[in-house]
Design a protein around this ligand. Structure first.
Ligand SMILES: O=C(CO)[C@@H](O)[C@H](O)[C@H](O)[C@H](O)COP(=O)(O)O
Ligand SMILES: [Zn+2]
Length: 196
């Protein structure tokens, strides 16, 4: 067991080192897409399944409350939190629609969707992206593996941040780091004088 634990730590560190070489340009681009969205008075919607649902909520809470510095609340909605809405959509239509139906109600032109999927193949996240594109929203996608189906859905104004790993847990660990980088880009660009 000790060896397993040590292996996981080493694998996580190695994945982060590889990601530190491959991802900064995409993370910076994703951060600036979010900054532009917020400067235009728009909002950021986020979604994902399982651990990635937690990540979607982690991101929205950093915006709605605060990240590291004192600054005004910023508009973000995690589409993973309203169990009445999610269960009724899944029950009446299908689980694949749980995010897309919310996007058709809440998403507006200029908003951004933060779409999180380690495989890039979760059907409800794919449908969320399709609904967001139809609403003239931009997409920032956190993925892994080979980017899955999501990679093929993105346009030139969208951003894919693809973690170089095939293991869900390792990908998620880098997704959280990428989310904190996005928050730092947003805060330091919008509120350069803010103090912690
Ligand atoms: O947290 C974990 C695994 O670490 C799981 O809950 C994981 O998020 C779930 O299996 C998700 O359904 C995987 O979906 P995705 O990342 O492939 O879109
Ligand atoms: Zn997990």
């Amino acid at each position: 067991m000790l060896e397993r634990v040590k292996h996981n730590f080493r694998e996580s560190i190695e994945t982060k080192i590889a990601a530190s070489e491959e991802l900064p340009i995409a993370i910076e681009k994703g951060g600036m897409v979010m900054v532009e969205c917020l400067l235009g008075g728009h909002k950021i919607l986020s979604c994902g399944n399982g651990g990635s649902a937690g990540d979607a909520q982690h991101f929205s809470s950093e915006l709605l409350n605060r990240y590291e510095t004192e600054r005004p609340s910023l508009p973000a909605i995690a589409l993973t939190t309203d169990s009445s809405t999610i269960t009724s959509i899944a029950n009446d239509y299908s689980y694949e629609e749980v995010f897309s139906k919310q996007i058709r109600a809440l998403g507006n032109s200029g908003d951004v969707l933060l779409a999180i999927s380690t495989s890039g193949n979760s059907k409800n996240v794919i449908k969320a992206i399709e609904a967001a594109v139809a609403r003239d929203m931009k997409i920032v996608a956190l993925t892994g593996n080979d980017g899955g189906e999501i990679a093929g859905l993105l346009g030139e104004n969208d951003v894919e941040i693809r973690v170089p790993s095939g293991r869900t847990a390792r990908i998620q660990e880098v997704h959280l780091l990428a989310i904190h980088c996005l928050c730092e880009i947003i805060d330091t660009t919008l509120f350069p004088q803010a103090e912690s």
